[in-house]
Design a binder for this molecule. Structure first.
Ligand code: URA
Ligand code: CA
Length: 433
């Protein structure tokens, strides 16, 4: 087999066989197929697309390019959740203990990465003492005993995807549905989930800004998941404004604690209930999403979800007293209010700009070497649809910096206030099964 023939075949719009896709991914991982040939292939896919079968073969080949995680020592159906990313998305912090509290095993491997705020691990590290450098044995024992544990990235997962994603980034081939869908799904499958709930975001703060594109990506990922034998479904949710109110690591831990008690922001609580219901149903702990929702509301109300969160923190060295005393979390030196300059209704909060403002405060990483300030970030006191009086607080800023003029300008810029009343945006646009 020759790579040049595979490129030509795809260039001319034909479908590739499993043997051809395996040959290509193996060769690319080993280095016998060079970047320039893989670039040409990615561009051919960009224009010619891939069939459902080709997408499944590509995903499986990338899964097989490296290590895979074996979660078979954990009892029950392991359900993972994946979000395509947004601003202030605190759902994982809430969902992990919440679904664990109704008996769904959550065995999560998480990374750090770049972004407006840290990843799930960074956020959890805002709890003094909490760490994810635990042994596989402790990880599995924690999940069997308390139903939830989070471990840092171990092993060499999907090296083919890592290489290909980097190449796509510099060859204008990131934006291809078959390549995005196989990239994301290969990582979830290699991490060992039996079933997967996808939260595909749409809106200006999302990877897929347009609703139709988000639906197409969701369908592509769901079909791949089901095609490789992992039960998969997707929820399409709004990211036209940040989710919840807190954007920042310790601030989001506090927001998660509130939400686990049913006292969190409405949109964050609702999305957690929607995603959580599907996780509980796929795990076989409820007959349908409605029954699952009742179970989740019950553990929020009776304190069980919060108890599981405390045990989870303590099992990984964390100070669980922060749950009852959130003032023990890292705190910024300067906390001040940004007041509305005029009265009216909030018509828009550009999520991207809020995310950038949080990153400028130090809540996220600009490069892999950046050090995150866990204490800093923003709390949005007004969301889209809310009425605000001139002089009332729009946003609370938590900062450790001397000069915040640029950050303040960015936040004011993100908000649009109008005189006519504005409807609350939809939170969930649909489901794909
Ligand atoms: N995220 C991924 O992991 N892969 C893509 O291709 C795009 C977004
Ligand atoms: Ca949030």
């Amino acid at each position: 087999m020759r790579m040049v023939d595979i490129i030509e075949k795809k260039r001319d719009g034909h479908s590739l066989t499993k043997a051809e896709i395996d040959f290509m991914i193996e060769g690319y991982t080993k280095g016998t197929i060079p970047d320039y040939q893989m670039s040409a292939f990615a561009m051919a896919v960009f224009f010619r697309d891939m069939t459902q079968e080709e997408r499944v073969y590509l995903t499986e080949a990338m899964v097989n390019s490296g290590d895979t995680i074996d979660l078979s020592a954990i009892e029950g159906i392991k359900v993972d959740k994946h979000s395509t990313g947004g601003v202030g998305d605190t759902t994982t912090l809430v969902l992990a203990p919440l679904v664990a509290a109704v008996g769904v095993p959550v065995a999560k491997m998480s990374g750090r990465g770049l972004g407006h705020t840290g990843g799930t691990i960074d956020k959890l590290e805002a709890v003094p003492g909490f760490h994810v450098e635990i042994t596989n044995e402790d990880f599995i024992r924690n999940v069997n005993e308390n139903k939830v544990s989070v471990i840092g990235q171990t092993g060499n997962l999907t090296p083919a995807d890592k290489k290909l994603y980097g190449l796509r980034d510099v060859t204008a081939t990131v934006n291809s549905i078959p390549l995005i869908a196989s990239s994301i799904m290969s990582k979830k499958i290699a991490a060992g989930a039996d079933a997967i709930v996808l939260d595909v975001k749409t809106g200006n703060g999302a990877f897929m800004k347009d609703l139709d594109d988000a639906k197409e990506l969701a369908k592509a990922m769901v079909d791949i998941g089901n095609g490789v034998g992992r039960q998969t479904m997707a929820v399409i949710s709004d990211m036209s404004q940040p989710l919840g109110r807190a954007v920042g690591n310790a601030l989001e831990v506090k927001e998660a604690i509130d939400t686990l008690q049913g006292k969190g922001p409405d949109d964050l609580q609702e999305l957690c209930l929607v995603l959580g219901s599907h996780m509980v149903t796929l795990a076989g702990k409820a007959n349908d999403a409605e029954q699952a929702r009742h179970m989740l509301l019950e553990v929020m109300e009776n304190g069980k979800a919060l108890e599981v969160f405390k045990t989870f923190l303590a099992s990984q060295g964390g100070d669980e007293t922060v749950v009852d005393e959130p003032e023990r979390l890292p705190k910024a030196a300067n906390i001040f209010e940004l007041k509305a300059k005029k009265s009216g209704y909030v018509a828009e909060i550009i999520a991207d700009q809020i995310g950038t403002a949080a990153m400028m405060l130090g809540a996220g990483r600009v490069t892999k070497e950046s050090v995150i300030d866990l204490a800093v970030g923003l709390v949005l006191n007004k969301k889209v649809g809310d009425y605000v009086e001139a002089g009332e607080s729009l946003v609370t800023v938590h900062s450790n910096q001397e000069s915040v003029d640029e950050v303040v300008a960015k936040i004011y810029n993100a908000y649009t206030i109008v005189s006519n009343s504005v409807e609350n945006p939809d939170l969930v646009y649909g489901e794909v099964k």
